[in-house]
Design a protein around this ligand. Structure first.
Ligand code: ATP
Ligand code: MG
Length: 413
């Protein structure tokens, strides 16, 4: 029997829309089920992110039954159909032919539900659900593995991973996300074939790593990647057995960039040029400029926070006001609790006098006070703002006279 709290854990319309499609296909005489991730997620009492429908109907049948169906991979028998304002993938039951590129089958053959289950990657992803009869159809031992919390390749793990090398990362992603262990033969096959990941595009590797590092169980994924030797290919770096403790202790909602910066710190404890590591990871994972810049910013802020007590008040305030300071602080919290508490107290004290108070003067005020436009104006303003942050000036008049004094000093030097 399926858990009956389904309606509480996923939007009803998404399920209703999928049931409507399933009933229509069945009404035309085609065996049809929910398939893959949505069945697994429901058994885990998690809200499915999407409903995939598997059917005996061929793409031509689907087009006839749903004239607005769009083909998203007709060669693979996948059609996209709208129902109840949601889009659904409807895939014809199939068997996959050989995978000569180690990513995609060269060709597929339409077949039946049992073969369709067998071509899927892991037993927990090979289940079908009949939502009308409220039954799970299990050709691959997936329900037992769900109970035992195991990620197991369907069939011979070596063969299945050789077919599609990306499955190595998928195994780790599902294992970390659901806190399932990777069955030993599947794990051994991953370790044995780990270097083959090099044949998978950087884009797909980057996507998988991003999915893992944005999940709260990112620490488990990082550990498994290293333990199974995939880090050598993912980062093109020596294998590393440093425990990814910072990654593992981040708050659940930590950003992708925060997780990457943490992992760089975990892996490169004695490295001084961490920014060059970030740039190397950018090309390995095809990071966007935005994420890469955020990683660099977090690493720099982290370094500053580490020497918190030696920073002056103005630098402390400027550091705390930086956009990504809280991300850097989350890493400190993960690695050095006493330092985190010390900084946290320090921030509370700084807040009393304002972390980023409005500036007492701006460029116009300087012009009005007789300082001509020049590139030094910016430096004068920043130095005056530092004094304001330190608390050594508090009024407009103080700020102007300090600005004039600094300007004269700049001119004399
Ligand atoms: P997620 O919640 O991350 O989307 P999912 O299981 O739905 O997980 P998808 O990538 O959306 O994963 O794929 C849907 C289904 O298609 C999987 O459950 C699995 O049955 C099958 N599948 C996906 N990718 C592969 C693959 N590389 N090899 C074999 N089967 C796959
Ligand atoms: Mg999915």
């Amino acid at each position: 029997m399926l858990p009956n709290q389904m309606n509480d854990i996923c939007p009803i319309e998404a399920r209703e829309g999928a049931i409507a499609i399933l009933n229509t296909l069945r009404g035309e005489g085609f065996e049809t089920y929910f398939a893959g991730g949505c069945v697994r997620d429901r058994l885990l009492s998690k809200a499915p992110t999407e409903y995939d429908i598997a059917t005996a109907a061929r793409p031509d049948d689907i087009k006839t039954i749903f004239p607005k169906a769009k083909s998203v991979g007709e060669a693979f028998g996948v059609m996209l159909v709208r129902s109840h304002n949601n889009m659904y993938d409807i895939a014809t039951f199939r068997s996959d032919g050989p995978y000569s590129d180690h990513r995609h089958p060269d060709q597929v053959q339409f077949s039946d539900a049992q073969h369709d289950a067998a071509r899927r990657d892991f037993t927990i992803n090979g289940l079908f659900e009949d939502p009308i009869e409220e039954k799970i159809i299990d050709y691959v031992g997936g329900t037992a593995d769900m109970d035992d919390r195991i990620i197991r390749a369907i069939g011979d793990p070596i063969k299945r991973i050789e077919e599609d090398h990306l499955r190595m990362l998928r195994a780790i992603r599902f294992s970390a996300r659901f806190e399932f262990s990777i069955e030993s033969e599947t794990g051994n096959a991953i370790r044995e074939l780990s270097m083959e990941l090099a044949g998978v595009s950087r884009e797909r590797i980057g996507e998988e790593v991003k999915k893992m590092l944005t999940d709260p169980n990112r620490g488990v994924a990082a550990w498994e990647i290293q333990y199974l030797g995939l880090d050598r290919v993912i980062f093109a770096e020596e294998s590393c057995m440093n425990a990814p403790t910072r990654v593992g202790r981040l708050p659940c909602n930590a950003s992708y960039a925060t997780a990457l910066a943490s992992w760089i710190l975990d892996r490169h404890t004695s490295e001084t040029d961490l920014l060059s590591k970030a740039s190397h990871w950018r090309s390995q994972l095809l990071l966007s400029n935005k994420v890469h810049d955020e990683v660099c910013e977090i690493l720099s802020l982290h370094q500053k926070l580490f020497s918190w007590s030696t920073l002056g008040t103005a630098t402390q305030k400027r550091t705390v006001a930086s956009e990504h300071c809280m991300s850097a602080l989350a890493i400190i919290q993960a690695e050095d609790r006493p330092l985190f508490v010390h900084i946290h107290r320090g921030i509370s004290l700084l807040e009393r006098t304002g972390i980023s108070p409005e500036r007492l003067i701006d460029g116009n005020d300087l012009l009005k006070s007789g300082i001509p436009p020049s590139p030094t104006i910016g430096d004068v303003l920043e130095t005056v703002y530092d004094a304001q942050l330190e608390g050594s000036i508090n009024t407009y008049e103080d700020a102007i006279s300090l600005a004039l004094a600094i300007y004269r000093e700049f001119q004399d030097s």
